[in-house]
Structures are given as structure tokens and as C-alpha cells.
Design a protein around this ligand. Structure first.
Ligand code: BDR
Ligand code: CA
Length: 313
């Protein structure tokens, strides 16, 4: 089967970086048409730079990286340096990139690609706030019907929130954008905190990355060394959750994940629960299902895949 065409929309972020590395290491499964940067974990100048750093770390400087939206649709940007560090990619010491950004806005790239590729052949992989994707849908509503699938990291049901008691970071930062995306009618698969908090880099798993002995293996181990302190302190968990790689792993090995096709609505009106993903997991409403909301992961299988693929870079 031909590799699946994807656009990775991202705000790197250590876990975004691992998601990108996994995709770039898997050309037989995934054809990365482009990487679109968005403001999120850190401001846009850093997320776009980090995307380039990661492509060069992977040895793929020919990857197309586009700069996108620098602020949410209707709100001030909220960032997460408290999790990811000042650069967004704190941990390893990686050289500044030499590759240059594409001379086109990320939103234009998304629209043009979805219009020019055969209908239903391009999957969007949002790993950050949904600003770029929602802006594309607002500007070009015709693209909604051309998207093969949107597989995104965001939201939570059982785990509720990480940036507020009720909301997960990616959805909270731009809830208006999330509302547009969840209402667009394209097939959506969601990797919420309920799943990603089970994808934990234990000491043993991180040693396996380090033991690869390659620049990529060592950098990933150093990223999680840095990134894990936040979740260990907050949740008492065994290590860093690899949120965003769940998206690219799903595209390679969907059987690692299980979930339910349900209705998911985004709260945009309440200050208290802003950005909450109101997921009808128990089917207590008659609202139409609009997303496959994952609930579980085969974590050992996920880390086996990740380690095997990262070893190739
Ligand atoms: C999400 O927010 C970011 O901090 C991570 O990169 C991930 O995409 C987890 O809530
Ligand atoms: Ca992210």
C-alpha cells in the first residue's frame, strides 16, 4: 500500500519532536507532505525553528516546514514554558537549523494541498492548538470534505484537564478553533490525555532510547529527561507522557489503540470550564457522534514501535 499522505501541524515541544521523528522514520507508512508550525507550547518563532531543528536531527532537511498562525483566533496566546522550557525543546543541546522555512503561509499550504491532492487522500495531524487547521477551514470550507481524516492530540474525558482543572492544553489555548474543527464534518480521531497519560517513558524505556547510541536516540532520551520532571511532580507518574507521538503511532499501527465513536463538543462559553472536551463517552445524549475518542493504548507495543523506528534515523 502507498504511504499515507500527512500534514503535521505542530508546536514543538519535546513530545511533538518525537512524533515528527517517528513519522520521518517511517516513509513506507507515512509521506510527510509538510510540517506546519503554530504558536502553542512556545511562541511561533520558536515552534517553527524547533520544527526545522527536528527535521535536521532526523537527517531530513529537505522536509517542507511552513510558518503558520502566531496567535489563537479570538484570544491571547497561552504558552507552556513551565513544561517544555524556555526554548520549547529544552534538554538536548541541538544546533540552530540551517534549512529555511518555505515561502508560503501554513494555512495556504494546507488549503492548496487539500485542493490539489485527490479527494480523501490527505490526513491532517494536529499536535498543538488547532488555530492553523481552523483558519484553513474558515477560509476554505470546501476543504472539509476533501480531508481523509484528522488525527489529533487534544482533550480529555476521564483525566479532565492539565492546564486548568477542566481543560487540556491544546484545546484550551484555542477553543474557538477546536470548536470549528470538531464541527467540520471530517472524520476525526482524538488522542486525549486518557490515552497519552498511559504512554509514559519509564526509566527503562528511556534507557532503550539512549542505548540506540545515535544522535536521535540520545536527543530523545535527553528531551524526556527534561520533560518528565513536570509530570512526575504533578501526577507522581513514572515518567514523561509522550502525548503527540500517539498520533503518528496510530497512523502506523492503529491496532495499538482502542476507543469509542462518540459526540465531542468544545466548551467556549464558560470561564470556569473553557476548552473542556465534553465527550459523551457513556452515550447519555442523542448528539450525533463526530469523533473517535481513544481511551486505551498498548503502551509496550507503542514503545517497541517507537524504539524500532527511531533506531533507523
Ligand atoms: C499537549 O500540550 C503540549 O504541551 C504537548 O506538546 C501536547 O501536544 C498535551 O496537553
Ligand atoms: Ca504539542
Amino acid at each position: 500500500m502507498a504511504p499515507r499522505k500527512i500534514i503535521i501541524d505542530t508546536d514543538p515541544g519535546q513530545d511533538d519532536a518525537v512524533a515528527i521523528l517517528l513519522a520521518l522514520a517511517s516513509p513506507e507508512d507515512l509521506d510527510v507532505l509538510g510540517i506546519t508550525a503554530v504558536a502553542g507550547n512556545v511562541p511561533l518563532p520558536l515552534t517553527q525553528k524547533n520544527a526545522c531543528i527536528v527535521c535536521e536531527l532526523a537527517g531530513k532537511p529537505e522536509t517542507k516546514v511552513f510558518s503558520g498562525c502566531d496567535a489563537p483566533i479570538a484570544r491571547k496566546l497561552v504558552t507552556a514554558e513551565h513544561v517544555h522550557g524556555k526554548t520549547g525543546l529544552d534538554g538536548p543541546s541541538l544546533p540552530d537549523p540551517t534549512m529555511t522555512l518555505q515561502d508560503k503561509h501554513a494555512v495556504d499550504f494546507m488549503i492548496e494541498t487539500l485542493r490539489s491532492e485527490p479527494e480523501g487522500s490527505v490526513t491532517l495531524c494536529p499536535l498543538g492548538p488547532l488555530t492553523n487547521v481552523a483558519t484553513a477551514l474558515q477560509r476554505a470550507p470546501d476543504i472539509a470534505g476533501r480531508i481523509q481524516e484528522i488525527v489529533l492530540m487534544g482533550g480529555a474525558y476521564f483525566e479532565v484537564g492539565n492546564i486548568t482543572p477542566a481543560a487540556e492544553f491544546n484545546i484550551y489555548v484555542d477553543p474557538e478553533a477546536a470548536k470549528i474543527v470538531f464541527g467540520c464534518g471530517a472524520p476525526i480521531t482524538v488522542m486525549p490525555l486518557d490515552v497519552t497519560h498511559k504512554a509514559l517513558v519509564t526509566a527503562e524505556r528511556n534507557n532503550a532510547f539512549r542505548a540506540l547510541g545515535t544522535p536521535v536516540g540520545v536527543a530523545v532520551a535527553e528531551m524526556t529527561d527534561f520533560f518528565e520532571r513536570f509530570d512526575k511532580e504533578k501526577y507522581g507518574s513514572a515518567g514523561a507522557p509522550l502525548h503527540d507521538p500517539c498520533v503518528t503511532a496510530y497512523l502506523i499501527q492503529p491496532e495499538l489503540f482502542t476507543g469509542r465513536h462518540i459526540n465531542v463538543e468544545i466548551e467556549t462559553g464558560s470561564d470556569l470550564t473553557l476548552g473542556m472536551t465534553v465527550a459523551d463517552w457513556w452515550g447519555v445524549t442523542d448528539r450525533a457522534p463526530n469523533a473517535t475518542f481513544m481511551g486505551d493504548i498498548d503502551a509496550d507495543g507503542f514503545f517497541a514501535l517507537l524504539t524500532e523506528r527511531l533506531a533507523r534515523l
